[in-house]
Unconditional design. Structure first.
Length: 457
């Protein structure tokens, strides 16, 4: 970030090249960057190599979510896009990359969930009073992890591959590698749903598990003379054995070697029987549609049990208390939630009561019709802001990705509001200009008529 007003000899000022009415430029000017400098200063010790500017790193993270880019792509696009550079605090064009993509990983780990919650809170405060509605809408969805569809055969093959790599790395000679047999068994796993091939597929799955256990025991015996290696791989071996021993109805099953926290969720969808990841709850304002609270849940709990955590998050991001939370029928079982001496009423659609007046019936109908407005918001978070598939590792990655997706949605909403305000202003100016032109045309026509009359006389 440039600290002097002296101009560069080779590159001009970015403001001389950019459109000042662009929503991204206006967002960069109004966003409270100084608060991030103060809040995130505690994560730095002042030792070692000087860190990258905080505004630069926060800006790149937000641009990554706004434009649905990977760490590598956002760094490359930042170099090519002067609007990105101005958003991150530069005054002059920079012809080199701002940082290595892995520095974004380190920055996310440095500030963690607490830092991401602060970024999300600033995105809520950006909307001012529009985010302070007393009525909110709550719904839950699934944030899928970056993993393949799990099967026992796939997991067994992955465990065998991992064990062979460990043996090769530690220079351990195995009694048998089973390389050729594993290749044949992998072929038998194909089309295992076919009635004529299911028996062979089940036999192949059973044999792959046996091979994995044999290989694991072989390496474990060779580690007995090397206590350091035994301790080093104890956690990994425990994970492998837990996967190999689990059955169809085993509780808390593990579905991936690298995403241990992911669990299976059945949402009753026709096109997708199960989703593997973590459940995420989202709170939006009723009329303005601003996301004011989010929460990721480490276990697959009932929707009614998720309200306490997500409403606490929403309360922390606002200055006025929430009076009513509107939910769907999946939240049945909870009628109110108390947070810091504030009781929030939980409204769920139900049958019409005979004692209700016509006005009460209309209010209820409008309220629960409006509840459906949260569904497209969740759809946009998934399709536009990197929530459809989470590429960040572990449950901490689930929390961080959810908070960044919600922050990006709020920022984009602010940019859209600004864009439409400028558009309407330009339209009104155009109408005024057309009105003036029409008046001038009428005046010219009047002058021509007057001239003709004078010439006749």
């Amino acid at each position: 970030m440039s600290k002097t007003s002296q101009k560069n000899l080779f590159y001009g000022s970015l403001m001389d090249m950019l459109d000042t009415n662009d929503p991204l430029i206006q967002l960069a000017d109004i966003f409270p960057w100084s608060k991030f400098e103060i809040e995130f200063a505690k994560y730095y010790t002042g030792e070692g190599r000087p860190p990258k500017p905080i505004r630069l790193m926060v800006g790149i993270l937000l641009l990554k979510q706004l434009k649905n880019l990977s760490d590598e792509s956002v760094v490359e696009n930042w170099k090519q896009n002067p609007y990105f550079q101005y958003f991150c605090g530069l005054n002059e064009y920079q012809a080199s990359v701002p940082c290595h993509p892995t520095e974004l990983v380190k920055f996310r780990n440095r500030i963690g969930k607490e830092g991401m919650e602060f970024i999300f809170k600033m995105s809520v405060e950006l909307h001012g009073e529009a985010a302070e509605e007393s009525q909110v809408i709550v719904d839950s969805t699934v944030q899928e992890s970056n993993m393949t569809f799990p099967t026992d055969g796939k997991l067994a093959i992955k465990i065998i591959i991992h064990l062979i790599r460990i043996a090769k790395k530690e220079d351990i000679k195995l009694r048998r590698s089973f390389k050729k047999e594993v290749k044949e068994l992998r072929i038998l796993l194909r089309f295992f749903r076919h009635p004529k091939k299911i028996k062979k597929a089940l036999g192949a799955m059973k044999r792959l598990r046996e091979i994995a256990k044999i290989t694991l025991r072989d390496i474990d015996r060779k580690f007995e003379d090397k206590m350091g290696l035994h301790i080093k791989y104890a956690e990994a071996f425990y994970l492998y054995m837990r996967i190999l021993m689990q059955e169809k109805n085993t509780p808390n099953k593990i579905y991936s070697l690298h995403e241990v926290d992911a669990y299976a969720i059945n949402k009753g969808k026709d096109h997708k029987g199960y989703e593997f990841g973590t459940k995420a709850s989202i709170v939006t304002t009723k009329d303005t549609g601003i996301i004011v609270g989010v929460a990721a849940h480490q276990t697959n709990i009932h929707d009614s049990k998720t309200l306490q955590e997500v409403l606490i998050n929403a309360t922390n991001n606002r200055t006025t208390p929430i009076a009513e939370a509107i939910c769907d029928r999946g939240y049945r079982g909870t009628k109110e939630v108390t947070i810091v001496n504030n009781t929030i009423e939980i409204s769920i659609p139900g049958t019409v009561l005979k004692k209700d007046t016509k006005k009460q019936k209309e209010v209820k109908r409008e309220k629960f019709r409006r509840r459906a407005a949260i569904e497209p918001i969740i759809g946009h978070m998934k399709s536009d802001y990197r929530m459809a598939r989470n590429y960040l590792k572990g449950f901490a990655g689930d929390e961080i990705n959810l908070l960044l997706a919600a922050s990006a949605f709020n920022l984009k909403k602010w940019m859209n509001i600004y864009f439409y305000a400028v558009f309407l202003r330009d339209i009104s100016l155009l109408i005024k200009a057309l009105d003036q032109i029409q008046k001038m045309i009428l005046l010219i026509q009047y002058l021509f008529v007057l001239k003709n009359i004078l010439n006749r006389n």
